[in-house]
Each structure stands twice: as C-alpha cells, then as structure tokens.
Design a protein around this ligand. Structure first.
Ligand code: NAD
Length: 261
C-alpha cells in the first residue's frame, strides 16, 4: 500500500485527488492538510481522518505528499516532506525561480516530482511541440493560447509555460531569451523566433491549450483539452505510486510515464 497525504485537501484539485486515492485499491490516504480557517479544516475525510492545518504530522505518516496548494505554501510543504522523509509531488503552478531553487535543494535529500500538468496528454503534447519546434526554422512563429476557469489566479498557466519551454528547447535556447511581451496596443512588429503566450479566463473550463506554429501560407496547431480534473488527479496518483521509494532527485512526468508506462 502506498501511503499518501494530500496538501490543499479542500481545493478543487485536492478534492479530485482524495477521490482518486480513496478508490485506488493500492493507495491509503493517511492525511489531508488545509489552511487554518478553511471550512474543511477539522472535518473528517476517508476512514476517520481529520483534516489538519499542519503538514508535518502527515509527512511523518506518508510515503508521498501530493501538493496542490499555492506558491506561498511551497516552502513549508517541502520542509515537512524533508523532516518526515516523504517524497513529494508538487502540482502547484505560478512558481517563481526561488521556488524552483527550493525544489532543487529539497531534491538533494528526497524524491521530488514537479509538474505544471500531471496529465498524460500534456506530457505527450510537450514532446510533440519540442519536435515540431526543432523541425521548423524561425520563419515559423510560435504562439500559445490557453483558456481556464474564472477562479484561476496565475497567468499564463503553468502548462502554457511548460509548453513554451518545450518549444524553446526545440529552438535550442532558454525561454527567457525567446518569450515575447504580450501583443497589446502599439507593441510593434513580431520578433522573429520569439514565442508568444496569451491567457483567457472564464466559466468552469478545466484547461484548454493550443500551440500554433504559423509559417508563411500554412500553420500547424497542436492542442489539448482537459475535460475534467480527474485526468490531473489520475496522473498525480500514478506519479505518487512511482515516486514512493525512489532515490532523492528531481523528476518529471515524462520520466514517470517513460518508466512506469
Ligand atoms: P484551489 O484554490 O481550489 O485549491 C488550493 C487549496 O490549497 C485551497 O483549498 C487552499 O485553501 C489550500 N491551501 C493554500 N495554502 C495552503 C497551505 N499553506 N496549507 C494547506 N492548504 C493550503 O486551487 P486548485 O484549482 O485546486 O489548484 C491548486 C494549484 O494546482 C494551482 O496552483 C493550480 O494552478 C494547480 N493545478 C495544477 C495542475 C497540474 O496538473 N499540475 C492541474 C490543475 C491545477
């Protein structure tokens, strides 16, 4: 049995992950954590488990923590995982360079998988985007458009940035050198070879992404539609199973799907 603790237990993703863990015959939910003051804090989930506000006791019981909270909670969540000796999957998006540095540091002592998108479809899409970008020269403009529900707080989405990084890898340069400022007002003529990102927000959309590679007289459109959050939850729990017992290091969903199938 893989012992799993869920951080952000009252959130949209936290709820989807709890449902997935509770129905998986080889997984055991050992705790849920929410910020103090959230209505779910203090209530019971699973088999008599009370949702608490402190990740530390859950980390001591868990093989793996699954974290879909907020960037502000990351440092504390990593510390709990380190103290408890648990692996951790970080699904939270909107991470800044200092968050990635903290993940790299934790990965010296425990197994950490950070993924802006835990679905199989987006993992495969990123590989396709990298391949297409490598095959096409810089007369092909790359634009990424994403649409998410009205409650999403970060923009562009972590998945859009992940896809943009894949496109930049295909061009052999870091995204920081290729990312274009938003096309707005008098933003001028598009820079050749640049990668543009645009974000739309509305309704209850779980996540739509389209990567447009636009050449002269033709274009390629590669995309992904998340029809529900269950795809992220399924991928996250699959990754948690794989992470349990792995050596310390920083891993990706592509590593997981490549070796776990
Ligand atoms: P949400 O706001 O519904 O849920 C986040 C939950 O975390 C909230 O209930 C919040 O109270 C809780 N939380 C915040 N700080 C906390 C702390 N210190 N300790 C415990 N709980 C805390 O958001 P969501 O839609 O569930 O998304 C959560 C994150 O996951 C976002 O960053 C989102 O972009 C990301 N996300 C990632 C994927 C993926 O595949 N990796 C998919 C969907 C969403």
């Amino acid at each position: 049995m893989i012992k799993i603790g869920v951080l952000g237990a009252g959130g949209r993703m936290g709820q989807a992950i709890i449902a997935e863990v509770l129905t998986a015959p080889d997984c055991w939910l050992v705790g849920g954590v929410e910020r103090a003051g959230h209505p779910i804090c203090g209530s019971v989930i699973g088999e008599g488990l009370v949702v608490g506000a402190n990740a530390a006791p859950v980390a001591h019981k868990a093989d793996v923590l699954i974290d879909f909270t907020s960037p502000a909670a990351l440092e504390e969540n990593l510390r709990a995982a380190l103290d408890g000796g648990a692996a951790i999957l970080v699904g939270t998006t909107g991470l800044a360079p200092e968050h990635h540095a903290a993940i790299d540091n934790a990965a010296k002592s425990i197994a950490v998988l950070q993924a802006a998108n835990t679905s199989l479809g987006v993992t495969v899409l990123a590989a396709m985007v990298e391949q297409a970008s490598r095959a096409l020269d810089t007369t092909w403009d790359i634009e990424i458009v994403e649409l998410h529900h009205r409650h999403k707080v970060d923009a562009p989405s972590g998945t859009a940035l992940f896809l943009a990084e894949a496109a930049a890898r295909g061009r052999g340069l870091p995204l920081s050198e290729l990312r274009l400022p938003p096309h707005d007002a008098q933003s001028g003529v598009r820079r050749a070879g640049g990668i543009g990102l645009a974000a739309l927000r509305g309704g209850s959309v779980a996540g739509d992404h389209k990567v447009i590679l636009a050449g002269d007289g033709e274009r390629i459109e590669l995309g992904h539609v998340a029809e529900g959050r269950d795809i992220f939850a399924r991928g996250a729990v699959k990754a948690a199973r794989w992470l349990a017992g792995l050596d310390p290091g920083r891993y990706t969903m592509a590593d997981m799907f490549r070796t776990a199938g």
